[in-house]
Design a binder for this molecule. Structure first.
Ligand code: NAG
Ligand code: NAG
Length: 416
C-alpha cells in the first residue's frame, strides 16, 4: 500500500507534476520510514558549522551541532541507505529545505489556472489564482521540419543565446523577457508578483515559475514542440534561475545553468578559489531579492547552511544537468564549481546509477561567453536525441582534478 498522505505532502510542497513523477519512479515502497523533517526548521545556531560541503546523504534531523566532525566526514547516524530512500525521503526533503532556507516556497501550481493563446510565434500567457491574474508573453523559434507529427525538443532561454546552432541541430528555442515576470530588484511588478505579491519568495523562484508557465503554454498551443524534451537556460543571475527551474519542476529534462555562480552551481563555501569572490554576504547585500529573507539570517554564518550548490544539483537527479563555466570568468568562481561542486554532485548521480546525466563543460572565455552554448551542445543533443559524442563532459579542463578533501563524505557513500 502506498502511503497516500506522504504524496499529498510532496504535492503541496513541489506541485502535482513532481509528485506523479516521484511516485512512478519508486514503484511505491511503503517499508521505508523517512526521517521526520524538523519543525520548526533549525536556525543557524542549531546547525553545525561545516567548512566542507555538507553530506547530501544525511537527513536534516541528524545534522546536529553535537557531532559536527562526524557530519562532515560522512559518519553521521541515520544517513540515507538506499536509492529508494533517496527518492522517497531525501530528495523531497532537500527540495523542501531549499525552499525554506533559500528560494522561498514555490507556489502551489494546483491552485493556478493557466491560459495561453498563440499568434504566430508569440504566446500570451495568463495565470489566475484567487481572482488575481498575471500575464506575460513568450516567443518561439522553430527549427525547419518541426511539425505536429515530428515535434522538436525545446530549450527555454531567458538571456542571450546563440540560437542558430541549436535550431540547426533541430532544437526549438523559446524565450521570454524575464523582467515581465519579475524585475531584477525589490520592485514587486510583473506577472509573478501580480499574483503572489506579499509572499517571501526570491526572484530566482519567480523566474523559475516563468519558465514553467511558458512550458505550460507551449504544451497547450505549440504542437510542433515536444513538451517532454525540455531544456532551461540562462546566464549569470539567469543561470541561477535556470537551476531553480530545473529543481522545481520534474518536467524539465535538462537543466543548463551558464556561468551561474553562487545560488546557482557555485558554492557558498570555497568562494575565494577563482573570480571576485561572490558569496552569501555580498549576494545578499547586492541583490538580496534573489532569495528569501530566511537566507539573510545566515549572513556571516554561511558555513552553518546545511546545504551547498552540490545539494541543489543532486536533487535534480535522475534528470540531466550540464554546468557551464569559463576559465576567464572574473565573477562566478568557475574553478570551485568545476573541481568541487560538480564532482560532489556527481558522487550522488553515480550512486543513483545515473552518472552520465550530469556533465561539466569547462571552456575558455569569460563570463557569459556565447561559446558556452556551443560547448554544451553535443551534450544537449545526447540528452534530446541520444546522439553519441566523443567529448568528455567529465573533464575539468585546465582545472585538472576534483578537490576531494572538500567532500570527505564521498569516501563513505552508503551501499546502494
Ligand atoms: C523497499 O525498500 C527496501 C529497503 O531499502 C528494499 O530492500 C526493497 O527492495 C524495496 N522494495 C521495492 C519494491 O522497491
Ligand atoms: C500537457 O498537457 C496535458 C493535458 O493537460 C497533460 O496531461 C500533460 O501532462 C502536459 N504535459 C506537460 C509536459 O506539461
Amino acid at each position: 500500500m502506498r502511503p497516500v498522505s506522504y504524496y499529498t505532502l510532496i504535492a503541496a510542497a513541489i506541485g502535482g507534476t513532481a509528485a506523479v513523477a516521484l511516485e512512478s519512479r519508486q514503484g511505491g515502497n511503503a517499508t521505508i520510514q523517512c526521517a521526520p523533517i524538523p519543525s520548526p526548521y533549525p536556525t543557524w545556531q542549531q546547525l553545525p558549522q561545516q567548512s566542507t560541503l555538507p553530506d547530501p546523504f544525511l537527513p536534516l534531523k541528524y545534522t546536529t551541532v553535537d557531532n559536527a566532525k562526524d557530519v562532515m566526514a560522512g559518519k553521521g547516524q541515520g544517513r540515507v541507505a538506499s536509492r529508494e530512500e533517496w527518492y522517497k525521503c531525501r530528495q523531497p526533503e532537500i527540495v523542501q529545505m531549499l525552499q525554506e532556507y533559500q528560494f522561498g516556497y514555490y507556489p502551489d501550481h494546483n491552485q493556478e489556472k493557466v491560459e495561453a493563446t498563440r499568434s504566430g510565434n508569440t504566446l500570451s500567457i495568463s495565470v489566475t489564482v484567487g481572482g488575481k491574474t498575471g500575464s506575460f508573453k513568450a516567443t518561439i523559434s522553430l527549427p525547419s521540419g518541426a511539425s505536429a507529427s515530428k515535434p522538436a525538443p525545446v530549450v527555454i532561454n531567458i538571456g542571450g543565446m546563440q540560437n542558430q546552432p541549436y535550431l540547426s541541430a533541430g532544437i526549438a528555442i523559446a524565450q521570454f523577457d524575464y523582467t515581465t515576470v519579475s524585475p531584477d530588484s525589490n520592485g514587486k511588478t510583473g506577472a509573478f508578483w501580480s499574483v503572489y505579491n506579499g509572499r517571501d519568495i526570491g526572484v530566482l523562484t519567480a523566474w523559475a515559475w516563468g519558465f514553467h508557465r511558458t512550458l505550460d503554454a507551449i504544451n497547450m498551443t505549440v504542437p510542433e514542440i515536444d513538451a517532454t524534451r525540455v531544456g532551461v537556460t540562462g546566464c549569470s543571475r539567469l543561470g541561477k534561475a535556470a537551476l531553480a527551474a530545473g529543481l522545481f519542476d520534474t518536467r524539465i529534462t535538462l537543466t543548463m545553468p551558464m556561468s551561474s555562480g553562487v545560488q546557482g552551481a557555485g558554492p557558498y563555501r570555497y568562494y575565494t578559489m577563482s573570480g571576485q569572490g561572490e558569496n552569501l554576504e555580498n549576494s545578499k547585500s547586492g541583490a538580496g531579492w534573489w532569495t528569501n529573507s530566511k537566507l539573510g539570517t545566515f549572513v556571516s554564518h554561511a558555513e552553518n547552511l546545511p546545504f551547498d550548490a552540490h545539494t541543489i544539483a543532486a536533487a535534480i537527479a535522475p534528470r540531466a544537468l550540464v554546468i557551464d563555466q569559463g576559465t576567464g570568468d572574473q565573477f562566478t568562481n568557475s574553478k570551485a564549481t568545476a573541481v568541487i561542486i560538480y564532482p560532489a554532485a556527481k558522487v550522488v548521480y553515480d550512486w543513483l546509477g545515473v552518472g552520465d546525466k550530469i556533465a561539466m563543460s569547462v571552456r575558455g572565455g569569460g563570463h557569459c561567453d556565447m561559446s558556452g552554448f556551443t560547448s554544451i551542445l553535443p551534450y544537449v543533443q545526447k540528452i534530446f536525441f541520444g546522439t553519441a559524442t566523443t567529448k568528455d563532459y567529465n573533464s575539468l579542463g585546465s582545472y585538472g582534478s576534483p578537490v576531494s578533501t572538500a567532500f570527505p563524505w564521498a569516501t563513505a557513500v552508503p551501499k546502494a
